[in-house]
Design a protein around this ligand. Structure first.
Ligand SMILES: [Zn+2]
Length: 169
């Protein structure tokens, strides 16, 4: 893949009209929204702009990245590969959002007709991250026996407790 940089934002109608394709890297280094979740560095992206059947602007976004997260079992760093493709369509009203196909996400443009690819990619990365990052058992520094494995099952009460703790802050 080329080392060309993808713009942080694009004019949607112009890009769709030109059937623009943006291929390259977009840096999410220092992203505020990813802070505490993952370090992502460069995200490789391929974005195709065009129209849906009803002549509404639509883009497909493919992203590849390696997220650096912390294993919640051994608290050591681990890499989590992200490969995700999503389709986005321009919506102008809440009504339009409700009739989108299930596999198409809504996007909105700002008053100048632009969308932020950076925001969009941050969303994509956040959605692709695991709820709880964990090494594969054989790769984890924290050796687990069968009993511990049972205990590591998601516990709804623990999640509730975490919620009420964070609320109190
Ligand atoms: Zn681990």
């Amino acid at each position: 893949m080329s080392m060309q940089n993808v713009p942080e934002s694009i004019n949607l109608s112009e890009s769709a009209r030109n059937c623009a394709i943006y291929t390259g890297d977009l840096s999410l280094v220092g992203s505020e929204r990813l802070r505490g979740l993952a370090e992502c560095g460069q995200v490789q992206v391929e974005i195709h702009c065009g129209y849906a059947d009803n002549d509404v602007e639509q883009i497909s976004v493919e992203c590849h990245a390696v997220a650096h997260v912390v294993c919640q079992r051994c608290m050591q760093p681990m890499e989590f590969p992200i490969d995700r493709t999503s389709t986005f369509r321009l919506v102008t009203s809440e009504e339009a959002t409700n009739v989108l196909p299930v596999d198409v996400e809504a996007i909105e443009i700002d008053e100048d007709g632009y969308i932020s690819l950076r925001d969009l990619l941050e969303d994509e990365i956040i959605l692709a991250l695991p709820l709880v990052a964990r090494h594969e058992p054989e790769a984890c520094a924290q050796k687990i026996d069968r009993v511990a494995k049972e205990a590591s099952r998601p516990n709804p009460f623990a999640a509730l407790a975490a919620l009420s703790t964070s609320k109190g802050e």
